[in-house]
Each structure stands twice: as structure tokens, then as C-alpha cells.
Design a protein around this ligand. Sequence first.
Ligand code: TXA
Ligand code: MG
Length: 311
Amino acid sequence: MQTAHLASDENGIAEAARLLAHGALVSFPTETVYGLGADARNGEAVAGIYAAKGRPSFNPLIVHVPDIAMARNLTRWNDAAEALAEAFWPGPLTMVLPLAQGHGLSDLVTAGLPSVAVRLPAHRAAQALLARLGGPVAAPSANPSGKISATTAAHVQEGLGGKIAAVLDDGPCAVGVESTIVGLVETPTLLRPGGVPGEEIEAVLGAALTRAAKGQITAPGQLTSHYAPAASVRLGATQAREGEVLLGFGDIAGALSLSPSADLIEAAANLFGHLRRLDATGQPIAVAPIPETGLGAAINDRLRRAAAPRD
Ligand code: TXA
Ligand code: MG
């Protein structure tokens, strides 16, 4: 794949929005760092983010919105969110809130969690792109997994060129560090320090932020708050044992299949939804073997966590 270089003019933004709407990956500038965007409602497009970054696990991603109204519709918005949005949006602040009914987001975006991180970037081209698409865009930083975040279109080309449809170029990012992430699901918590200082957030809230324990943010996949099925999970199963319900892949059919054609992108997009559906049967879940290549590594990582003994 040739990664198109788009200027941030009218035409470039229209083309970037068209690509996103068709499920392609487009890197775009924000005031913090370049994001690697996909339509957050399209599971296969979101799975493509993990494939392009070579991420070994599924972490929840930030959903970028063109206006506060969309953030209110996607979440169960609250007074703290309203106050912080008024003070800092658009800007480098991300808020984690409970998901609203009928939100329409792929559950790969939230890694199966009942909450979502929303952000309204203070960047002309990012806002124009989001408005033109008229929908939510999932976007982690546009760098290969384990590498430094990209703050210019050239960095993006260096790291992801050939793996994504396009990069929308609007010069270097102003902030250079990622957005501050505040959890507003329970007591306001600083989940990741970033572009907006924690003290300024505390001043607006009129209360101290709980600080997340060290290590949580660098390894969010390890958080116990991550989705795990209630039922026991057995991996590498070629058939269901007595009482089990089988999650298939490729030639192994099962009650549901992650991908009958053994397509790992399709499997990733189906992962959380299918686990939830089988979990609802109340039966133990057996899962067909998934190859460890490409996105298979992230799928297996998530499945191994689901299968691990619980406290
Ligand atoms: O500045 C930024 O925020 C950049 C630009 C591109 O906007 N984006 C970015 O996104 O850094 P990302 O996807 O790399 O950040 C994801 C982090 C996760 O590691 C996790 O810590 C947190 O956001 N997060 C997302 N959803 C969450 C949730 N439901 N609960 C807790 N943390 C969440
Ligand atoms: Mg990142």
C-alpha cells in the first residue's frame, strides 16, 4: 500500500474523511501528537489500527469528536465533565466516562469496557476532518508500538508508511506530549499526565484528583477493570467438551466463529462481542486455536488474560 500524503486544505480534508468513511486508516495532526485514525464505529477499521501499529495487546483507544454534543451522546455525561469541557475543550484533555446506551462504537475501541475515553482536539485540521466525517474517530498516537510518538507527518511516514492509506500533513504538533487523561466514572482520577496540568484540572473541579497507581498507565492491559468473561475460558480447543460452548475460527466452526475465513482483522473486530454473547449463555467457553502471527498476538494476549485464573 502506498501511503498518500495529503495537504490540510479543503481537498485533502475531504479525501481524508472519504477514506475514513470507507474504513481506511488515516493519520491526522492534533495539537498534541499525530493520531492514527479509524472510524470508531467500524470494528474492522479499528482492528486495522492494532495491525498497523503492531500492538501486542488491545488497550482501549481515545475517541476523537468534532463537538461537545457528540461526546454527550456517546457517554453518560456528568457535571464534572461539563465543567472540564467548558474549561479545557477544545484542548489536550481526554475524559473517561460511562458509555451511553446505543453509542454505536465498536467494542474494540473500548477493549470491551463499559466506559469510553473522549477528546475534542484543539487543532484546525483535526476539527475540520472530524466535522467533515461527522462521526467519532478512534486514534492512538501514530507510531509503531513501542516507538516514540510522531509529531510531524514525516515521522508518521517513517514509522507507518506503506501500512496506512494516508497522512494528513499540517506541520509539526504544538504540544508534543499526549493529552491528559482524567477518569470520571467514579471519583475523578488522573489516569495519565499530559498537555493539561493536573493542578489546573483540580482548580476547576475544586477537589483533588486521585492519582492512578504507578505502572497502571504503561500497562493498561493489566488493569483488572478490563473486560473478562464471567465464565471459564479454555484455549486451543478443537472441539467443545460436554457443557462447553465453542468459539470457532477458520475450519473449526463452533457456536459462533471469530472468522470462518481465518481473517485475523475480522477476528479482532468480533472478539469482544462474541465473547460477551457466549458468556451470556452461562456455559464455560472453549476457544479454537488462533495463530500467533500479526493481530493473532493481540487476540491471544486478550484470550490468555480471559483464561487466566481469577482472584
Ligand atoms: O494526545 C492524545 O491523547 C493522542 C492524540 C492522537 O489525540 N492520543 C492518544 O491515544 O494518546 P491513545 O489511544 O494512545 O491513548 C489511549 C489511552 C490508553 O492507554 C488508556 O490509558 C486510556 O487512553 N483509556 C482509553 N480508554 C479508556 C477507558 N475506557 N478507561 C481507562 N483508560 C482508558
Ligand atoms: Mg501512544
